[in-house]
Design a protein around this ligand. Structure first.
Ligand code: ADP
Ligand code: ADP
Ligand code: MG
Length: 645
């Protein structure tokens, strides 16, 4: 086994790898960018090496600097984590050339799966079912549209170099084919420098089911499947294992197909074979097709660890150091059910817009496994993926695992930036999902219901108002008037203002009126309770009060400063870049009339594209954004003509 390894990554996966390496008695070396100098993974590692400034191209994607760091610290092997350089065959080769071990598959295996068309051809040859379609050389629009007719609409156009859902277009009929092809090509060229595409059948009622494999370079085993059908923008949100409703016959067939795929390329280490499944008729052994293989450890690997009782990073380290696979296929079993939720700093109602901020509160309950790269007080910066943590629940049944995860999400405390916490909770309660029928369109179809901001219960508003008006905050201190002194407290919940009237009654009691509803509050020590509800935990910060109300969720209120009237007037005319990123498309021109909600500009940041919409009806006065330009947060991109009057 290795004595010392370097982890060429950041965030939760770097921490995850360090945990196992340490348990196995290895020393660990972290690398970091300037934005991460104080990060959790740096604090956890035995040593840490700075590799450059914040942008990934200058730090986490700099293979040369990372290899130099490994050599300088005497590390024998490099674990690439996921993302970044993990699927870069040139990096894997350079690591080997430097006399170090790449903890992952060979350069040739990564290359074989790197392009979707070549991978599909290879898999067909190995007897793995692939999605019916065209992945040939001829890239002329005539040939491609002819093939689409032949396959039968709807079809999917996919960039052969694609990843992260980019360069992909669903086409419903021949009339839209040419436009969709052109835009898929444009996006693929911009993102991957390669505009070749393939065309395949759009599978109906699609479920994304993937199989975890492990190879020793010759033979491979599978560690069963994961269902990752709950996706937004083709990116996973909730994953579980095993797949609900999976018949044993289909599990065997998919496992064997995945093993064939891995063995066909002499796969070594951890990998995932992704399949698309047609679930229109339930799960059937002849209705799954190969989509792609991810030649690395996957974000959602903990659900597989939970149901197999294994540590996949330990397997990676053992196999990379030359040991045989720890177990044979016949020794592998499924125990119970596991679910993972990805907690992101993102504004869900705004279209899953990534958010930044300092985590003034970050606490997780017991009873679930938590994988995170940040601590309370750390910041989610605009530089990297906005994932805060993964919560993984395991139980004897799916029902038990889902229940455990729901309770854990309700008891999770995050403040300081917007998160998808309440969206995750709503998703876990969603009917089709609960019933075990997820599909990749579920989130999109149910978006309004899932993103509906639950209005805070009046009791929660009352306690928040008391916290704002309460002892130490001036208003309720030292009252000694004969007549009760009523104070109005204005709270902002999202866009809606909620006024509350607080009247102290003396002897630790108060009356609070919210929305016409009168409530009597009692003080118990420092905490107020209203009615018989469980008191919420309160975090009072300048300009903000956050209520952690257990099963009733987290509710954050802004406390508006009565003197500040500037915000609304200026922001209505300008559309600002919400984060640093690259302008991908400008969709309006000067003088154009727009309606509230119209898409104006698309920017790409934190791995995703975000459309910025008109805040109101109006006319475009000035377009300040330029396609391809790098923009800072807060930069005006489009200016609307001032409102009349
Ligand atoms: P998965 O399908 O397992 O979610 P992806 O390849 O889409 O895998 O991404 C895996 C993870 O890699 C992301 O969640 C993110 O943390 C990281 N990542 C990938 N590319 C980048 C990038 N360009 N910048 C920052 N993080 C990245
Ligand atoms: P990427 O490399 O961007 O991850 P994939 O080929 O893995 O691309 O596809 C991403 C997602 O798109 C899948 O998880 C699935 O939701 C959807 N998808 C891909 N191929 C099909 C298909 N043929 N029919 C229906 N949905 C598909
Ligand atoms: Mg994929």
């Amino acid at each position: 086994m290795f004595q010392r390894i370097l982890i060429a990554n950041r965030g939760e996966i770097a921490c995850r790898v360090i945990d196992t390496a340490r348990r196995l008695g290895m020393e660990t070396v972290a690398v970091f960018s300037d934005a991460d100098a104080g990060a959790r993974h740096v604090a956890m590692a035995d040593r840490a090496v700075r590799i450059g400034p914040a942008p990934v191209a200058d730090s986490y994607l700099r293979g040369d600097a990372i290899i130099a760091a490994a050599q300088a610290t005497g590390a024998q092997a490099i674990h690439p984590g996921y993302g970044f350089l993990s699927e870069n065959p040139d990096f894997a080769a350079a690591v080997a050339r430097a006399g170090l071990v790449f903890i992952g598959p060979s350069e040739s295996a990564i290359r074989a799966m790197g392009l979707k068309d070549a991978a599909k051809a290879l898999m067909e040859g190995a007897g793995v079912p692939v999605v019916p379609g065209y992945h040939g050389e001829d890239q002329s629009p005539e040939r491609l549209s002819h093939e689409a007719e032949h396959i039968g609409y709807p079809v999917l156009i996919k960039a052969v170099a694609g990843g992260g859902g980019k360069g992909m277009r669903q086409v419903e009929g021949p009339a839209q084919f040419a436009d969709a092809l052109a835009s898929a090509r444009r996006e693929a060229m911009a993102a991957f420098g390669n505009d070749a595409v393939l065309v395949e059948k759009y599978v109906s009622t699609p479920r994304h089911i993937e199989v975890q494999v492990f190879g020793d370079g010759t033979r491979a085993v599978h560690l069963f499947e994961r269902d990752c059908s709950l996706q937004r923008r083709h990116q996973k949100v909730i994953e579980e294992a095993p797949a609900p409703g999976m018949p044993e016959e289909m599990r065997q067939a998919m496992g064997q197909a995945a093993v064939r795929a891995a063995e066909a390329i002499g796969y070594s280490g951890a990998g995932t074979v992704e399949f698309i499944v047609d679930a229109s008729d339930g799960l059937r052994a002849d209705r799954f097709w190969f989509m792609e293989m991810n030649t690395r450890l996957q974000v959602e690997h903990p659900v597989t660890e939970a149901i197999t009782g294994l540590d996949l990073v330990e397997w990676q380290l053992r196999v990379a150091s030359g040991e045989p696979l720890p177990l044979q296929q016949k020794d592998l079993f499924i125990w119970g059910h596991a679910v993972e939720a990805r907690l992101y700093a993102e504004d869900v109602p705004a279209g899953f817009l990534p958010a930044t901020g300092r985590l003034t509160r970050l606490r997780f309950p017991d009873g679930v496994r938590v994988e995170t790269g940040v601590r309370e007080g750390d910041a989610i910066t605009p530089w990297y993926d906005p994932m805060i943590a993964k919560l993984v629940a395991h139980g004897p049944t799916r029902e038990a695992a889902l229940g455990r995860l729901s309770r854990a999400l309700a008891a999770t405390q995050v403040a300081g930036c917007v998160t998808n916490l309440s969206f995750l909770s709503a998703l876990l309660e969603q009917g089709e999902f609960r019933a075990g029928h997820p599909d990749t369109g579920l989130i999109e179809r149910n978006l309004p219901g899932l993103t509906q901001a639950t209005p805070p219960p009046p009791e929660v508003v009352a306690v928040a108002a008391l916290a704002v008006a309460g002892p130490g905050q001036g208003a309720l201190e030292g009252f000694h008037l004969w007549a009760p002194l009523t104070r109005r407290v204005d709270l902002l919940h999202g866009d809606s203002a909620i006024p509350a009237l607080v009247t102290p009654l003396g002897s630790g009691e108060a009356l609070v009126e919210v929305d016409g509803q009168q409530m009597r509050a009692c003080r118990d020590g420092a905490a107020w309770t209203v009615g018989d509800r469980i008191p919420a935990e309160i975090l009072l910060e300048p300009g903000r009060v956050t209520m952690f109300a257990g099963p009733q969720g987290t509710h954050a209120f802004q406390i508006p400063d009565p003197l500040d009237r500037t915000v609304e007037a200026s922001s209505a005319d300008e559309v600002l870049s919400p984060m640093p990123g690259i302008v991908r498309a400008v969709l309006v021109e000067t003088g154009q009339k727009v309606a509230r909600g119209d898409r104006l500009v698309v920017i790409e940041a934190m791995k995703m594209e975000h459309a910025l919409a008109a805040p109101r009806d109006g006319r475009v006065a000035e377009v300040l954004a330029e396609e391809g330009a790098q923009v800072e947060a807060g930069l005006p991109l489009v200016r609307l003509e001032p409102r009349d009057g």
